[in-house]
Design a protein around this ligand. Sequence first.
Ligand SMILES: Cc1cc2nc3c(=O)[nH]c(=O)nc-3n(C[C@H](O)[C@H](O)[C@H](O)COP(=O)(O)O)c2cc1C
Ligand code: SF4
Length: 430
Amino acid sequence: MNIREKIPNLPEIHVESNLNLLLRRAKENRTVDIEEYETTGGYSALKKALKKFTPEDIVILVEESTLRGRGGAGFPTGRKWRFALMNPPPRYLICNADESEPGTFKDRIIIERDPHLLLEGMIIAGYALGAKEGYIYIRGEYPAGYMILENAIKEAKEYGYLGENILGTDFSFDIKVYRGAGAYICGEETALIESLEGKRGHPRLRPPYPAQVGIYRRPTVVNNVETLSNIPIIVTYEQYFMNIGSSGFYGPKLFPISGKVKKPGVYEATMDITLRELIEMAGGVKDGKKFKAVFSGALGVYSEKDLDMPMDYSPKGFGGTGTTIVLDEEDCIIDSLLVIANFFHHESCGKCTPCRVGTYEQLNILKKIKEGNGTEQDLEYLKHLAENIPSGSICGLGFSAPQAIVDAMKKFPEEFEAHLKGECPAGICF
Ligand SMILES: Cc1cc2nc3c(=O)[nH]c(=O)nc-3n(C[C@H](O)[C@H](O)[C@H](O)COP(=O)(O)O)c2cc1C
Ligand code: SF4
């Protein structure tokens, strides 16, 4: 019986691709088992890697591919691997499947529908890094994904792709899956490592970076699900990988789109696609309404003027995880910011005072503004917090907590001014 049949109630998520790489097998809402994976070319990249390439060859391939990590920061994957290789074994590989940012639901598509693609990427990465063990840290709210991965690991072991002496070689590698317990901060790589070690998920001070001192104080590569799923594609296509896309940011990218579009879902495209084209791919703004803004998950706000930006990692690109939440004329910027501020206040782990207290202050000021009780001093205080929360924080949550507010103040000043006068342009606050 296909594992999917044992798992009821997976949400129907629309998936579309004109590349057919990462989402090649994931268009239908069902899990591809190992037999279907094999008959559609699966595990051929692993066979090729073990037969044709040394671990060093694979690292060079990944470096040359210029692949950037898909977990948000866009760090070059090959450089991270090289950094880990500069430190003596044992080395570990961790797949970050915590996917907890608002509006982000791309990794779950690979996990739930094509889990062997991720496993194959991890096994090749383990081979390249000289690792014997890999871990997948999956968010607690993905119980189906957890079961699917456990089942796929069992299948991969039965078929000789995982475990001792993989495909008759002297390379052995095992993968274990761990479930998170609902904290966004555990997606931050050092907090994730602490959590995996059985401790409270608080970020560590960096440096040293995980590639130097990671899990069990050993060199550890932490990569996102989508990043690792690109590895079999790189091994298959080799230098032709650089034909996928044209802006210098190569390879397929997944974009989760939600909000006021006709066809919300996960879209696969090259990173030279613009924000406008992506929204069009999702059918455009629904119900004939006027576009207002895009929230990039919790991390940034874009206006109509930004619609022609590329969805890449250049300084003027969209960057991040590619998460796109579309707002229309009936949405209120302040009301939406309040959701984001509440999220950061709730998810701050509390280790750094500026983040712990500052996210609380941001929330309270935005509540005041939304209720029509805000003042000019409140706006000044928001700017003060925007400078001081990041500078007094040790991790990316604190660095980015004020970003959406800062963007919105620059791009939608009229929304703030109107609320100070007791008016809401969208007509929902008062
Ligand atoms: C608060 C916070 C949450 C994060 N959550 C995730 C996550 O859920 N998944 C992820 O891959 N990266 C997440 N990251 C980024 C990771 O710290 C890390 O950069 C990433 O896993 C590296 O993978 P990549 O190089 O393949 O992008 C988060 C970072 C921060 C600061
Ligand atoms: S910046 Fe915030 S989330 Fe990050 S460690 Fe400090 S308190 Fe925790």
